[in-house]
Design a protein around this ligand. Structure first.
Ligand code: ADP
Length: 720
């Protein structure tokens, strides 16, 4: 008999009888009756029927599908994630079987390749088409896009016999990567780091490593070496590279293509259903070799996963908050463990969690302390805003303005970093003092002047900016408070009327193509001053960027968040690291009201060790991660009293366990989201405590009212 797990919120797998001669293994993809329907599921276990089973009448599995069975390592991973995050296995399985079309035969697509003979009549547009058509099998629309011609020209060329038409399934294989492609010549320290990586990947067993190298030191080049070696040694090896915000880091993808001679398989939310289906199937068949993806790529059904790389492992976007909340870095390590694979966590500012793991010897610790060649790390200095206050209604201090002027005079580029989208983070009424809030959430609305709307950044709710105050009715009294990138652009344009300034945020560059365009303009030198949010802080290499100005370095230092200092430090190191990545030396200037704050001092002196020691000391004293464990329990309900009662009732039956503290219920700063009132509990436990098991057993003691939802967040990153 077989137990089948369905990708839905059902507490456990159901038992079925296996028809004679049906070739099933654990992991097989099957269709089985559930209630009155036939439903897709995965064979979770196969076992001999015991005596007591024989008295039950079991339903029979209907069919087994022509999809490779999920490997044991994938099943074990689903079990683990479900247990660790306190979610049902079926809900986690749904994340694996996320491409529902993958089990159906692939649809057919019409694509074109150059015909053996060129037509007599050739035009420049036709030449362009034939040049790009040689690179692959593209649809007419794709060819037209790549050659920058109209689809009509493609069609005419095909009619004239210049293109051959082929009908082929939409999930055709990816071009195999070439492991022999040549990379840059590594410096001696990069070679040493590369060699250290190879000793790990060649073990062919679970081997975690932290690749800890300053910004621009060549971490990517080093892990490319590891990838090339894994590809060369094992014809079937698959490699997963997780990148934060992958949809927006197209330049990194281009580097993969350059190095390995073929684009990697991409997996992220911006991909179409057809593209996802192709990746899913090719991964399951083991034919996609390098997969570059967002965190959800961890749940792809890899046939032979040998290496995982988590680039920018400290990045908070690896933490998934919605649905099953998990941290992709931690789950990547678990995924590698179940697959007996190597895992490389790369960062210039590793998380304290990973640093502690490296220092205790659980992870190999490989360092790169310098940039290659003549590139050097930019010196970081501060401008004390108490001494150099910007003019009223402005945000740039005299010393920063002066440095910008010099930079532009040298024909170099500036990046101003302000992690605030929109025009102003707050709108108040000058007449009655009312602050514009979202109607259904405890958030302030952010003014976006390009769109003329007030927007809630948490839920996406938006409304046109009213002409009069909704509270007192005063006309024209609504006033923006504080700067966002759009407002900073106004200031920059007023000060530097001859400079070309642009905003780089998810509002101005919200597709991969926009980002590509903007990066190309920056690389060509068409932009003098780039004003960017977090998006501009990551990954990019702009050779002529030599000045980074951080408009508000204090932002984020005082969140109600145990990682506030760490995160500020990481962001500022990353953003400062955008400067001086090529031959031109760069510098970074931080505007701050607190030049003596530990994180700011550490940044300026480059003394990471002292900062880390202080942060770790604090965490140890508080019993916080990585020395202790945390779990957040978040209750929500449409009625405030209901949520208060539910949280109280929950606490009343809390398990009394040694080394576990329960704090709350408390009213969080975000006490209402999308019309639901919220209360939080925080569980702090010693490292040895299995918090997931504790929360699971606790949850079973209470039956929550239908209106009340409980979200469990093991190892929370948000405390709002
Ligand atoms: P990181 O990942 O540590 O930020 P990268 O691997 O992106 O660093 O390297 C930064 C830049 O320096 C890239 O443009 C890269 O190609 C270049 N680079 C790194 N190492 C070398 C080297 N040994 N020779 C030439 N260029 C290099």
């Amino acid at each position: 008999m077989a137990s089948v797990l369905f990708p839905m919120a059902i507490p456990e797998p159901f038992d079925y009888e296996i028809p004679v001669d049906m070739p099933l293994v654990e992991g097989s993809y099957v269709l089985a009756p559930l209630g009155k329907k036939l439903v897709h599921g995965i064979v979770w276990t196969i076992r001999e029927a015991k005596e007591k089973d024989k008295t039950r009448t079991l339903k029979i599995i209907e069919t087994v599908l022509d999809v490779p069975p999920l490997p044991a390592s994938c099943l074990a991973f689903v079990d683990f994630v479900a247990r660790y995050t306190c979610h049902l296995q079926g809900v986690v399985l749904r994340m694996v079987l996320c491409s529902p079309d993958a089990r159906r035969p692939a649809p057919v697509q019409r694509v074109y390749i150059p015909a053996p003979q060129r037509p007599d009549k050739m035009t420049p547009a036709r030449e362009k088409i034939l040049a790009v058509a040689g690179d692959g099998h593209f649809s007419a629309a794709e060819l037209a896009r790549r050659a920058s011609v109209s689809p009509g020209v493609v069609k005419a060329l095909a009619d004239a016999g210049g293109l051959t038409m082929i009908d082929r399934p939409t999930d055709y294989p990816f071009d195999p990567p070439d492991s022999a492609g040549k990379g840059v010549t590594l410096t001696p320290s990069q070679s040493a780091a590369g060699a250290a990586m190879l000793t790990l990947t060649r073990r062919d067993s679970f081997a975690p490593a932290l690749l800890d190298g300053v910004t621009g030191s060549g971490k990517t080049e080093v892990y490319f070496e590891a990838i090339a070696d894994v590809l060369a040694r094992n014809q079937n090896a698959q490699i997963l590279v997780l990148l934060p915000e992958i949809a927006l880091t197209q330049d990194v993808l281009a580097r993969f293509e350059q190095r390995f001679g073929a684009p990697p398989a991409e997996w992220h939310s911006e991909r179409s259903t057809v593209q996802r289906r192709r990746v899913w199937r090719e991964v399951a068949h083991g034919r996609a070799r390098i997969i570059v993806g967002a965190r959800s790529a961890l749940f792809l059904p890899f046939a032979n996963l040998r290496l995982i790389i988590v680039d920018e492992e400290h990045d908070t976007s690896f933490k998934q908050e919605e649905g099953v909340s998990y941290h992709a870095r931690d789950m990547a390590v678990a995924r590698a463990r179940f697959a007996d694979a190597a895992v490389i966590l790369a960062s210039a500012t590793p998380s304290l969690e990973s640093l502690v793991n490296a220092r205790s010897g659980r992870y190999a610790h490989v360092r790169l302390s310098a940039r290659p060649g003549t590139a050097v790390l930019p010196p970081i200095s501060t401008v004390d805003l108490r001494e150099h206050p910007p003019e009223a209604g402005c945000w740039l201090s005299a010393p920063l303005l002066e440095a910008m002027t010099r930079t532009i005079e040298r024909d170099e580029q500036c990046l101003l970093f302000l992690n605030r989208r929109g025009y102003a983070p707050l709108t108040i009424c000058r007449n009655c003092g009312m602050r514009m809030q979202a109607p259904d959430s405890a958030t302030y609305l952010v003014e976006h002047r390009y769109s003329g709307r007030l927007v809630c950044h948490l839920t996406g709710y938006s409304m046109p900016k009213p002409a009069a105050c909704p509270a007192c009715g005063a006309e024209g009294s609504l006033h923006p408070v504080g700067p966002g990138v759009e407002r900073l652009l106004e200031e920059v344009q007023a000060r530097f009327s001859n400079a070309r300034a642009e905003v780089f945020s998810s509002d101005t560059a919200n597709s991969a193509a926009d980002v590509r365009d903007l990066i190309a303009r920056m690389e060509r030198g068409d932009i003098d001053i780039l004003i960017g949010t977090q998006m501009a802080a990551k990954g990019h290499n702009f050779p002529r960027l030599t000045l980074v100005g951080v408009v508000d370095a204090d932002m984020g230092l005082h969140g109600a968040d145990l990682r506030a200092g760490e995160r500020t430090y990481q962001t500022l190191v990353q953003v400062a690291g955008r400067a001086g990545r090529a031959a031109h030396p760069g510098r970074a200037i931080l505007q701050t009201h607190q030049p003596d704050h530990e994180a700011i001092l550490a940044l300026c002196s480059g003394d990471r060790e002292t900062f880390i020691a202080a942060e770790l000391g604090l965490r140890e004293d508080m019993g916080f991660p990585p020395y202790g464990r945390l779990a957040a329990l978040i209750f929500s309900a449409p009625n405030e009293q209901e949520v208060i009662n539910a949280a109280r009732a929950f606490v009343a039956v809390a398990p009394l366990v040694e080394d576990v503290d329960i704090w709350g219920p408390s009213e969080p700063p975000l006490n209402r989201v999308r019309g639901r009132w919220r209360r939080r509990l925080l569980v702090r436990a010693a490292r040895k405590v299995d918090v997931s098991a504790l929360v699971q057993s606790w949850r079973k003691r209470v039956k929550l009212d239908r209106n009340v939802r409980l979200k469990v967040d093991i190892d929370p990153y948000s405390f709002l």
